[in-house]
Design a protein. Structure first.
Length: 235
């Protein structure tokens, strides 16, 4: 029995933890920090949300911030007006699977379906191909890199835990300041309806953005989309 349990645990790790760790730390296809210049990419996962995404977009407009949204495909189809507004206001749109399902629970054919459906839904609204992908929860299985070969996979340099129930705007703003650095990619969430998230957490996140973006140090940075962040600039 002990050997069976050990084998099962090893098999589970080979499907979940090991490919995730390997992709995050070793794969040249998985992007994180951008070049060493005073630019930061704010990224927002799990939307669009009919309550919080419009409020977030108002804040980004107020501070002249361009951001990247990794949207859930089925939500994009339910709220095409928000996808159009994100696009119209100069932000970038990537996908976060068609449903918010960890790749740890998807076999190759199901994962392929998640990617194709999400990309097609978004492209039908924007009229543009989707080029960016972020796996939900940052989870990779052994087939994630190959199934997502047509996309640029984007992770993060900081994920400050904005989804948590006890998070306050002041604490989150402090964590954002701690994450602030040249080439940083910071992950936040504009929806609180995914597993493990607090329903109204995005309201706190939006309050923290006011505190973070309005301070003197943040004013020294340019907040850009991830594609802009990773673009090589001419000398």
């Amino acid at each position: 029995m002990k050997k069976i349990v050990q084998s099962a645990l090893l098999l589970a790790a080979a499907w979940t933890i090991i490919p995730t760790a390997a992709a995050r730390t070793c794969s040249t296809r998985v992007k994180k920090r951008g070049p060493d210049r005073k630019q930061i990419a704010l990224t927002f996962d799990d939307g669009p949300d009919p309550v919080y995404t419009p409020l977030l977009l108002d804040v980004l407009h107020q501070y002249n911030v361009k951001a990247t949204f990794f949207v859930v495909g089925e939500k994009a189809e339910r709220h095409p007006d928000l996808i159009r507004r994100i696009q119209l206001e100069g932000h970038e749109i990537g996908i976060h699977n068609d449903q918010h399902i960890s790749n740890w629970f998807l076999f190759p054919s199901a994962m392929n379906q998640q990617l194709v459906l999400a990309a097609n839904r978004v492209s039908a609204i924007t009229g543009q191909d989707v080029i960016l992908y972020r796996p939900p929860w940052g989870h990779f299985n052994p087939f994630t890199l190959s199934k997502a070969a047509q996309f640029e996979i984007v992770m993060w340099t900081a994920i400050p835990g904005d989804w948590k129930k006890k998070m306050t705007a002041v604490t989150l703003a402090e964590r954002l300041r701690a994450a602030r650095s040249n080439g940083a990619v910071i992950t936040l969430h504009d929806s609180g309806d995914t597993f493990g998230a607090y329903k109204t957490a995005p309201r706190v996140m939006i309050e923290s953005l006011h505190l973070f973006l309005s301070d003197e140090v943040s004013a020294q940075y340019e907040f850009v989309t991830v594609s802009t962040l990773y673009t090589k600039q001419r000398a």
